[in-house]
Design a protein around this ligand. Structure first.
Ligand code: BTN
Length: 246
């Protein structure tokens, strides 16, 4: 994949900008990077706190040649790529289904994948927010979030981080688009996530909350959860929390 990187000082949201660029025909590999976001977006309409230089705010335009049913695997593929990018700094990341990268159970990175129709076909925008430093966390996320600086004692260079990240995304994205790609990505995800199976979790679904134990990943990236009453639930979308002391 060829990358073209647009750098911004301040922007509303790198994902919103990349969506707009994709609709205007931007090629696969266009990346948007900002030092600060004024309207950073998280999953489920949440805000992504995006103080200046406190995080990497990055989005990339993908134009996958992939069956629709496998599109959710793009999020898992990105999780694997971010995992390896962070592991190279000496931290031990975990991946919490579906898209949170954790270090010592605290969130260090979030991933927001969005799709849009464009004149060149469907595009997927993958947004990645990596916490670089913790000092500016508002109190409500201070207990549940961490950063590269907090976990390693060093402040990383953003350009180097973008270089490593794009290299890893490119590698796993190529894998995903091969015939055996979907199952290969699931097995890479399994190697890197303690949430793959045997994890006691609470899952907030749209209309209910369930508790149970994780029991693997479906062919399309959905999470299987074996409920306490023995029923197997396939979670396509939902928020997963680890249950402690079980
Ligand atoms: C989440 O965990 O809720 C996903 C957070 C994704 C945040 C990133 S920061 C770069 C990109 N631009 C956005 O507005 N959001 C994503």
């Amino acid at each position: 994949m060829n990358f073209a990187i647009l750098h911004y000082d301040t922007i509303a949201s790198t994902n919103t900008e990349a969506l707009e660029q994709a609709r205007q025909g931007a090629a696969e590999g266009l990346c948007v990077v900002a030092r600060q976001q004024t309207a950073g977006r998280g999953r489920h309409g949440r805000t992504w706190v995006s103080e200046k230089d406190a995080g990497l705010y990055f989005s990339i335009v993908l134009r996958p040649k992939l069956e629709m049913q496998f599109l959710p695997l793009i999020t898992l593929m990105t999780g694997v790529a971010v995992h390896d990018t962070l592991a190279a700094f000496g931290v031990e990341p975990d991946i919490k289904w579906v898209n949170d990268i954790l270090v010592s159970d605290k969130k260090i990175c979030g991933i927001l994948a969005e799709t849009t129709e464009t004149p060149k076909g469907l595009a997927v925008i993958v947004g990645i927010g990596i916490n670089l430093r913790s000092s500016n966390f508002p109190p409500e996320i201070g207990y549940t979030a961490t950063s590269i600086e907090e976990s390693t004692g060093t402040l990383v260079d953003t350009n180097g981080l973008v270089e490593d990240l794009t290299k890893n995304i490119s590698q796993f994205y190529e894998v995903l688009q091969t015939d055996s790609g979907p199952s290969a990505i699931i097995s890479e995800w399994k190697k890197r996530s303690s949430y793959f199976s045997g994890k006691a979790v609470r899952v907030n679904l749209e209309n209910e909350t369930i508790t149970g134990v994780t029991d693997g990943i479906e062919y399309n990236g959905a999470l299987r959860v074996l409920k306490d009453d023995g029923e197997l639930i396939v979670v396509q979308a939902g928020d997963v929390q680890r249950l402690r002391s079980q």
